[in-house]
Design a binder for this molecule. Structure first.
Ligand code: FAD
Ligand code: MG
Length: 358
């Protein structure tokens, strides 16, 4: 079996990040001063955490110290929420065998948000999907194709309604296990944005394993220009979105997958109704939203929903924007992105369908 996992292909993500920065016109060579009306000094930090490559750039004299605090915060949260780190709270909760366990406020608030979003997205975002994700090998990287009966048995132990939170305690029915892979990076990104703003940072770009989170505008006052990965062509961008002070987060079947003996690709975004990788007709979903936690959850949930149900969900809520790329190459964007999204002018720019509010 061949497989692709950012943990093994870290340079790829880094290239993607460079893509994003190149488009922001911010990726300049050492020594030359940024062409900006201001002389805000750029500070950057790169490290690995949460199984992925993390790169952060921030501007201003206090940015260096602020970024060091941000790295510490991300690593602290990883130690709280990792499913595989035996000292993490989530590891302890997942092995509580039906006993009620105490959790920290940070974990409780994250889980309250996750359960509320599971409800809102009718379980397409499902934080108890761990047993199924694990059976496919996405946690151990020992990939395999589970049988129908095995999956049916595992699905009996999933369902966000089996999680009970109250006053700093959590109770999971025995066999139920949490997987925060689709929400914790976005949630952690929001906490880092708050920390940087408290440190007086007014312009920054965070890339947390492909989750882009922005503070303010670029130092020269222009909008950030973020490249959207072409799901059909590794490392290429299919379009550019201009954004400021928000999160731009993508989920796609191309991020973590393996190829079975049968030549079929199995990716890591699971349809909780079937236990199989979601086959919704979407190749990637990008969400543009004020908060990274919302964008992270919705990029996964809407990927599972598919174009029609995702459009209905957007029309019902409209507290975010989206770029949906279908398996047949169609690009569907919500109306308010139409003057902020452009395909990067390939030979035959893709047809862009604009989604209206009704
Ligand atoms: P997203 O679409 O954002 O999320 C997909 C991930 O969410 C899947 O990998 C699965 O974990 C879960 N998921 C799948 N389907 C659903 C669904 N329908 N609803 C809800 N969740 C779903 N990776 C490593 O390789 N090694 C590590 O040590 C490691 N540690 C981590 C620690 C933390 C605290 C976090 C948050 C992540 C860690 N990861 C690690 C990465 C994690 O395993 C996921 O692969 C990653 O978060 C996926 O992000 P994404 O944006 O690619 O996909
Ligand atoms: Mg995500």
């Amino acid at each position: 079996m061949k497989y692709k996992n950012p943990g093994q292909n870290l340079p790829n993500r880094f290239l993607l990040f460079c893509n994003a920065l190149l488009l922001c016109g911010l990726f300049f060579f050492p020594g030359c001063k940024p062409a900006t009306g201001t002389n805000l000094k750029k500070h950057s930090i790169n490290f690995i955490a949460m199984g992925t490559y993390i790169t952060m750039s921030a501007y201003g004299d206090q940015a260096g110290k602020a970024l060091e605090l941000s790295e510490e915060k991300i690593k602290e949260l990883e130690d709280l929420w990792s499913v595989s780190y035996e000292k993490s709270e989530i590891y302890r909760v997942n092995n509580s065998r039906g006993e009620t366990t105490q959790i920290s406020t940070e974990t409780e608030e994250l889980l309250e948000f996750a359960l509320a979003m599971a409800e809102k997205t009718e379980g397409t975002f499902e934080p108890t999907i761990y047993p199924v994700v694990d059976a496919w090998g996405f946690t151990s990287h020992q990939y395999r194709i589970p049988g129908k009966e095995e999956l049916a048995g595992l699905l009996k132990n999933t369902g966000y309604k089996k999680v009970c939170l109250s006053d700093g305690n959590i109770h999971l029915s025995d066999g139920v296990k949490l997987d925060l892979g689709a929400v914790a990076k976005g949630y952690a990104g929001d906490m880092v944005v708050d920390l940087l703003k408290q440190q007086g940072i007014t312009s920054a770009l965070l890339d947390i394993g492909g989750n882009i989170q922005l503070i303010g505008k670029k130092p020269d006052g222009g909008k950030w220009r973020i490249g959207i990965r072409n799901p059909f062509d590794d490392g290429e961008t299919i379009g550019i979105v201009e954004a400021e002070d928000c999160a731009v987060i993508t989920s796609g079947g191309y991020e973590r997958y393996f190829t079975g003996e049968n030549g079929k690709k199995y990716h890591h975004i699971i349809n909780p109704a079937t236990g199989y990788p979601a086959e919704s007709g979407l190749a990637s979903v990008t969400i543009v939203a004020k908060k990274g936690r919302l964008a992270d959850v919705l990029s996964t949930a809407l990927f599972v929903m598919g174009l029609e149900q995702a459009t209905g969900y957007w029309r019902q809520h409209q507290n975010f924007d989206m770029i949906l790329i279908t398996e047949n190459g169609g690009i569907h964007i919500t109306k308010s992105l139409s003057d902020r999204f452009s395909t990067n002018g390939g030979t035959s720019p893709a047809v862009i369908d604009t989604i209206d509010a009704q």
